[in-house]
Design a protein around this ligand. Structure first.
Ligand code: NDP
Ligand code: 8X3
Length: 250
């Protein structure tokens, strides 16, 4: 039996699929998210799963959740920092300041809490693997990405910087930075406007959550002396837009 994999944001999209994939590989699963009904459904599907119903922004809940893990789930080998979201696509002038705060609190501070809670376990075990889910938005700007993209740029640089501090501890760190992928991401971004969300993916063979789970598994299965620092993966149909020039309107 393999050790335990802890996945944040396991009720949908990448996180849910990564939980399925790692469970198939024999890992015990700790699944964390806010939606209890979905976590319970996933746990009954997978078996050997401990659920934590919590908001990653709730520092106390995250640290308590890790401190109070049942004994058989304390051997965390893999942490997947996946919970995250974008809210809105308005420009920075129009954007709702509370949406901006929610992205910072979830994508940056939430990721910090689960990382800080789990790293001591990995250090004690002298073994571990942290996957941080970034985004192409962390490297490539687009209109309306302001805080979301910046929060994912944090994930990129934090992932690299962590590696320096973890040297000699047998802990690997990989940032997986996906591009367009059909999950509930756009439904969340557009606050339940399913029609608008579906339009984002219309006519595009977008990345599937299973593709990201496969990439993660490929990294995990590399020999322990190999650390894949970053994987950036786009749909073949997606490319960079190029630089925009706004012409003077005389
Ligand atoms: P989904 O909306 O399908 O899934 C998001 C998951 O995160 C859900 O399980 C949700 O669970 C959880 N989550 C969100 N906020 C919180 C919170 N405050 N506390 C706990 N859990 C939370 O989107 P994706 O699967 O696409 O997104 C997963 C990650 O991938 C995110 O970090 C996203 O930024 C990133 N990403 C997505 C891309 C895409 O195109 N889809 C591309 C690049 C990166 P619940 O609501 O139950 O709490
Ligand atoms: C999600 C991909 O392009 O919508 O991170 O920012 S994108």
């Amino acid at each position: 039996m393999n050790a335990t994999a802890f996945i944040t944001g396991a009720t949908s999209g990448f996180g849910e699929e990564i939980a399925r994939t790692l469970s198939r590989e024999g890992y015990k699963i700790i699944a964390l998210a806010r939606r209890k009904d979905r976590l319970e459904k996933l746990a009954s599907e997978l078996g050997n799963t401990h659920i934590i119903v919590a908001d990653v922004r709730d520092k106390e809940a995250i640290f308590e959740g890790v401190k109070n893990l049942p004994k058989e789930f304390q051997d965390i080998e893999v942490l997947v920092n996946n919970a995250g979201l974008a809210l809105g696509l308005d420009g920075i002038v129009e954007a709702d300041v509370e949406d901006l705060e929610t992205m910072v609190d979830t994508n940056i501070k939430g990721l910090l809490y689960s990382t800080k809670a789990v790293l001591p376990i990995m250090k004690a075990r002298k073994s571990g693997y942290v996957f941080n889910i970034g985004s192409t938005a962390g490297a490539w700007p687009y209109p309306g990405s302001h805080v979301y993209g910046a929060s994912k740029a944090f994930v990129k640089q934090f992932s690299r910087n962590m590696r320096n501090d973890l040297r000699g501890l047998g802990i690997r760190v990989t940032e997986i930075a996906p591009g367009l992928c059909k999950t509930e991401f756009s439904e969340v971004r557009f606050k339940g406007d399913v029609e608008r969300a579906n339009k984002v993916y219309e006519g595009v063979a977008a990345i599937k959550p299973q593709d990201i789970a496969q990439i993660l598994l490929n990294c995990l299965n590399m020999p322990k002396h190999v650390n894949i620092n970053i994987v950036e993966a786009m749909a073949t149909a997606q490319t960079w837009a190029g630089l925009h020039i706004e012409k003077d309107k005389f």
